[in-house]
Design a protein around this ligand. Sequence first.
Ligand code: NZQ
Ligand code: ZN
Length: 387
Amino acid sequence: MKNFTYSISTVVHFGKGQISKLGGEIASRASRVLVVYGGGSIKRNGVYDGAVSQLKEHGIEWVELGGVEPNPRITTVRRGVELCRQNQLDGVLALGGGSVIDCSKAIAAGACYDGDPWDFPAGKAVPEKALPIFTVLTMAATGSEMDNIAVISDMDSNEKLAFGAPACLPSVSILDPTYTCSLPASQTAAGTADIMSHTFENYFSPIETSYLADSMAEAILKACIHYGPKALETPDDYEARANLMWCASWAINGFLDMGKPVAWSVHAIEHELSAFYDITHGVGLAILTPNWMRYVLNDQTEHRFAAYGVNVWGLDPQLPQRELAETAIDKTRAFFNSLGLPTTLREVGIDGEKLPLMAKKARTANFDRTFVPLSEEDILNILKMSL
Ligand code: NZQ
Ligand code: ZN
């Protein structure tokens, strides 16, 4: 195991009815907040009413910013920063999924920064300060509720870029699994694929000496495989929703890569798909992941995929390694398919035209350090396999 520092200061209130803690938590840190939300799902499933009644009860004033897009735009971030400044707000409350939370993080940091908030994703500045961020999570997927990352898009330049900084870690997150029961099946499926992808990105690392983290990764994958279909079959299955929600937070909160620095492969490629075609993040990952696995399977990596097959899919360890590895990859593809997720880029309206451009933009120096280092040509091949 390599040296590491683990510090996650987000206070998590997990479970049914935990929104009752929201007002007190905000009141001890802020008095006037920007309430950020998306296209309106929170007004239909009780999240908005629950949050607003907490604000009223604790005498917290608020201003609203609705309409945050899935794949949140920098233009919306700029509007939020403006609202914080005009109204002298001192906190940001995100009500929604990863897009709303990411947008809120960028707003919270942008409000404490003199320049344009696009400087953060563009890599021109790292947020040093941010207004305190509070989240009420409505979707198990990105883990944004317990990490310091935000992913923001500029659709004019077809760029979707991530940034992260300790200042952007939420102060408090309310994780009530019942809020996720209203998700459309397609989003439950996409969220499950996203959780699994975060886990794969950490699990398949060049460094192999992290038994504890890898065992936990396998447990998260098994939980997704067990509970993803249950949540689809019975949307208000509390155990299924609760397990998926906690898996989402732990897949990306820094635990799974402790002692084994990782560089992610599939996410960088997927972000290009979203940047050019505005597709759902988890859908892009579900299409790419099995093809990436196939592409990087070789004599050096087959034992890793074989271990995944044995420990996660319960395959017979007596089988030859290559057979185990290939079966595990086939099972991964079949599982995503069984959740109703597309398996090809064409199904989501992507043809071959922009693949070379996307491969070029995706290829950064990061790919020198991935599980299997990938060139621009390799990335293009993976995209072509996914067509
Ligand atoms: O806009 P509303 O009305 O809220 O509807 C949303 C949206 O249409 C809906 N939804 C969410 N919760 C719901 C619900 N509908 C009914 N009931 C509920 N309880 O679902 C749709 C998708 O929401 P969104 O927030 O976009 O999904 P997700 O949580 O998957 O977030 C995706 C974004 O996060 C980024 C992705 O790239 C993408 O931009 N990521 C952020 C990461 C991070 N911060 O660490 C890491 C990830 O890898 C990812 O890149
Ligand atoms: Zn993701």
